[in-house]
Design a protein around this ligand. Sequence first.
Ligand code: KIV
Length: 277
Amino acid sequence: MSASAKSKIPTPSDILARKGGTPLVCLTAYTTPVAQLTDPHCDIVLVGDSVGMVLHGLPSTLGVTMEMMVLHGQAVARGLSQAMMVVDMPFGSYEESPEQAFRNAATIMRDTGAAAVKLEGGVEMAPTIRHLTSRSIPVMAHIGLTPQAINTLGGYKVQGRGDDAARVLADADAVAQAGAFSVVLEKVPAVLADQITAQVAIPTIGIGASAGCDGQILVVDDMLGLFTAFKPKFAKRYATLGQDADKAIAAYAEEVRARSFPAAEHVFGADVPGAAK
Ligand code: KIV
């Protein structure tokens, strides 16, 4: 999308109204400068709990805290003027009860200015989604592979293959009926993603799902080639910034050791101030 194609920050209702229309463009961001880069091109910028793995070096998203989400949400908010910001609810901040979820979702929205929160889970989280959406908190749902559940799912496996498709379909129906304004489908077979997209009245946002979804999302560090610890099959690399950064840092190190940096243009003369450079 060109920057001029957008006039105002979309609301969750605007996103809902995009069902079946031009695909929604979504990326994660965790910092102000990256948010500024994504802003002109995206409908939604997600402050994902992937921040734990991508920026903090955690082995999974399970160690992410409310404090981290609020801090990164505030940083991203400073970089957005066109895209809608959604902030992830971290593991342990919403599963206990709808009341716990409301308290923490309200904190995230109040302290970051997010337009909505995202939480993982299907049928079992539907009462919580209903509780939030009926109390002024828009919810983006996340079903299929839900990374906060890797310990019970047995790893980062494709969800909804074979007989398991009915479970994921039921999850999609449940979160849509509970009032979610959109749903992330992660790592589900393309044919199932297409079936869900046809079946539910809310936009589906795919990650490792199908080009037929109502939108797509990627982790920004994956698509820029900045996060290289591992590469999921669905994470297309549009740039190799990690390699470029490695070359740049190696060149700097070489020049420092050879005393060729700083050069004359990078240092200051001893002349009186105002006379010469
Ligand atoms: O945390 C995250 O970045 C996400 C996206 C991958 C959807 O949940």
